[in-house]
Design a protein around this ligand. Sequence first.
Ligand code: NAD
Length: 421
Amino acid sequence: MDHIYDDAVFKMACDQFQIIADYLNIDKNDREWATYPKRAVAVTLPVHMDDGSTKAFQGYRVQHHIALGPTKGGTRFAPNLSMGETAALAMWMSWKCALANLPYGGAKGGVAVDPSKLSKTELESVSRRYMQEMIPFVGPHTDIMGPDMGTNEQIMAWFMDTYSVYQGFAVNEIVTGKPVSVGGTEGRREATGRGVVYLIDRAMDMMKMDPAQTTAIVQGFGNVGAVAALSLAYKSGVKIVGLSDHTAAIYNPKGIDVIAAEKHVQKKGNLRAFDQDNHVDPNELLTMKCDILAPCAVDRVITEKNAGKLQCRILAEGANGPTTPDADRILDQRWNELFVIPDILCNAGGVIVSYFEWVQGLQSFMWTETEVTDKLFRILEHSFSIVIKRAKQDKVSHRTAAMAIGVERVIKAKNSRGLFP
Ligand code: NAD
């Protein structure tokens, strides 16, 4: 590869697409068209820092395709973010939205910055400047932003406010994942983690696993991982034996007090000083003994090096792209002992409830948390059952089945609309 998307994560997304394209026998003429983003924007964000200096941060936004409607996708604030990684995440969003039958193309964006190193004022300046630079390229019917790693409800509120100030009126539907006080929907914050656990429960059911006798390791303790761990422990009744974030990994076969971990993180910001007697090497955590493994942090953590050593029976991919294609080939051989819930199915709860939030914004409407969660579970149930059915019918992996359903829908829409001119 020799272009602006040149990056290992983009290559991984392309490799995954090629596997699906071969399996679906997609016409060679349609492949490049389906892979490369419709549009990619790079912006420089000059920001006054608290010490009086000015720093220029790099921001990105990639819109993958618009065959099904506007694009939709999260915003990542991470130190090494690149255009290629953003493009890969946008492509995965496309297949994810199509699998859930949402009227969206995929998008993703973000800023190459470590948000934990910024003061609140600096974070607000970076966030507002990012949205301001993106105003010509986004809109409630063009491209709708949401949260992702390193961003949160507060940042979405700043995005919404910045966009609205320029329009002269409140435009709630420009971003999702906002606080409920400014048009966010009940249940959005918890949606991704809740969805992950709904699907784990379905998988446990299929595999006749008793939750009371089941253990789990959750990697990542942010929006997705913390909700998933709490919900697994206190709703499903599973024992959490492993937890980690970017500062520490904890393993305790007797069970970890997840509420105490959450309180600790609220106070101290991370898990570094939590339960220090049970700290383990973070690289070892994923291969330690458990029944459910939920990677809910970064991409490419399950590789050809550790895929053969995973001891879990269910792999629930809360993160985007946690498993490389090389690791997938190993997992495919272990299909009868390891049930994979692939990322575009497993973490779809976030974008599904974002879609509800967008619809409520467009219609100035309000649904209760019960209505939202009920609708979420109905969509997830449908997606889960069509993926399992397709995998059984075509004797393919759950990932291949899930991606194939998404890719097919996108290609069908593109071909129906045709290539103009
Ligand atoms: P977040 O920023 O809220 O939390 C990320 C967590 O991962 C933090 O606890 C961080 O300390 C931890 N982490 C970072 N690097 C790590 C490492 N190397 N090892 C272990 N832990 C590490 O982010 P989030 O919103 O929870 O997103 C997590 C993943 O889920 C990402 O892959 C994201 O794309 C995906 N996702 C998020 C949503 C959403 O609604 N937020 C939706 C779908 C998918």
